[in-house]
Design a protein around this ligand. Sequence first.
Ligand code: MIC
Ligand code: SF4
Length: 647
Amino acid sequence: MGKNITQKILDSHHVSGEMAPGKEVAIKIDQTLTQDATGTMAYLQFEAMGVPRVKTKLSVSYVDHNTLQYGGFENADDHRFLQTIAAKHGIYFSRPGNGICHQVHLERFGVPGQTMLGSDSHTPTCGGLGMLAIGAGGLDVAVAMGGGPFNLIYPKVVLVNLKGKLKPWVSAKDVILEFLRKMTVKGGVGKVIEYGGEGIKSLSVPERATITNMGAELGATTSVFPSDEITKEFLKAQGREKVWKKIVADKDAKYDEVIDIDLSTLEPMIAKPHSPDVVCRVSEIEGMKVDQVCIGSCTNSSFRDLMIVSEIFKKGKFKVHPNVSMTVSPGSKQVLEMITLNKGLASLIEAGARILEATCGPCIGNGQSPPSAGVSLRTFNRNFEGRSGTKDAQVYLCSPEVAAAAAIYGVITDPRKLAKKVSYPKVKMPKKFLIDDSMVIPPAKDPSKVEILRGPNIMPLPVAQKVQGGVSGNVLIKLSDNITTDHITPAGTWLKYRSNVPKYSESVFSAIDAKFHEKAKASGGGFVIAGENYGQGSSREHAALCPMYLGIKGIIAKSFARIHKDNLVNFGILPLTFANPADYNAIDLGDKLEIEDLARQLRAGDSLTLKNATKGREVKVKHGFSQRQIDIILSGGLLNFTKGEAA
Ligand code: MIC
Ligand code: SF4
């Protein structure tokens, strides 16, 4: 029987487990990627495993998130720690200024047909060139660097069959926004989204990467495009033709689901506050006043994206509207140099854009927070409440074309209206990109000469305790559906404490209950009750690590997002779901909960008895763990488990 792309890559990397949807399989990881905000923890954990050199084909450590902090040593200390630990353990180090991890990895390192694990949820960006690239917590990435396999639930595979061609003023972002409208932020859970059909021929690798990047917002395990002639041309232009390999689905490949999309029917789309799936047509909300426009992020910061915006301004001799502040953050040093060479940068500056570093910047709330109740249109991928740094800001997600039109007119505008003044710019994929990897520092030839430099912000790693007997505690917070990792451990001004768990733990649920961390500590930990899709969004393991530090024993929810559920297990916190979702209503804030004899109950089957001592009743909860996950929980987390296995 023929195979799809996902099956081909999973098969060639299979280590153990049954290759059937819903079963846990272990796969070999060829490459890893980390960024600074999750990387410091990942490397501390790697260090704790005692493996001298990484065992992957390639591991790269990027600095792109925390670069902007005002008044303090923390960011710079983190960078120095990351640079020295990379040199020592065989990891390539991409310096701050070289670009956003996903964009740089696509340009310089991604290899079709290989697997990659990254400690960032948008790692699937490299699916744009036929790689099976998956986001995970830092600890899973540390294990992969040490040569261990990655365990995942064998996914269902969805074929998205693209037909036709996008019309002018409609671009890749509109494709994925349309998808999010149809499938929602939960629609991709347990699935790999594979793209195919005639329509892919009109999409360049960076455009494909815009689509696979935002597959993360669907909750998908990953997304992948074939590696075809277009991939070959892109890699050739990057001077990397040698790594190209054709990877396409067999003609008789089977899929669990097929979705047809005719690209020619799509219109400019926009996601409204405060979720990437609250999507409508731009034409439905035209005329709304805009305060800020931000162009960039790992979703839309390629040469093509920035040149489109610059060409629109240049051709129409437009200026940024006086009521709008427009920022541009290039995805990489290469993009910045290429738009400079092509005079795109000059046109953007002339138009009145504010040029920022080639980093995540405003996407993670690092600078450029919108004004009070301000409307901000961003070419980014997340618009969760408060993520921009302004609690009451109204953040919309859109394509570079829609962003440009809003910056010109000062109100949300269907970019097709620009056609009256300018023709749709044609940005050709360069035949040759400017190649200069001088901002990537290779690992040291002699690791014994490298001293790892740690400042006072690099705090020792907290490790979970082994579970003895049962678990009990009070309900410390009761939450609704779709709680994001930005709610659990916020970014923005807290970001500089990513290497300092005791301090960062003060941020836990702070936007919902400012006293949460004090309460948790005072009561020696307890439980969290939540609705559907708990922990969606970022891969940050701090959203499990900090609650563990505060003594949280279990999260009982209606459902979980994949990466976060794995992170909870990795840190020894029980992610449990209600056997009957209506039981959510039977537990209140402050109730005393207890699970007796945890080891026996976990091993006896999928169902556990949760006693509510306050209400004097019992509720059934499910764990859905594999044998390996049960062992991890009982060992007090993956680090203890891995050390135990090695011993
Ligand atoms: C994000 O977009 O939320 C981040 C910041 O890139 C995160 C990682 C993190 O929290 O450090 C992600 O997407 O995984
Ligand atoms: Fe950076 Fe934003 Fe991409 Fe996360 S989503 S990696 S913060 S650019």
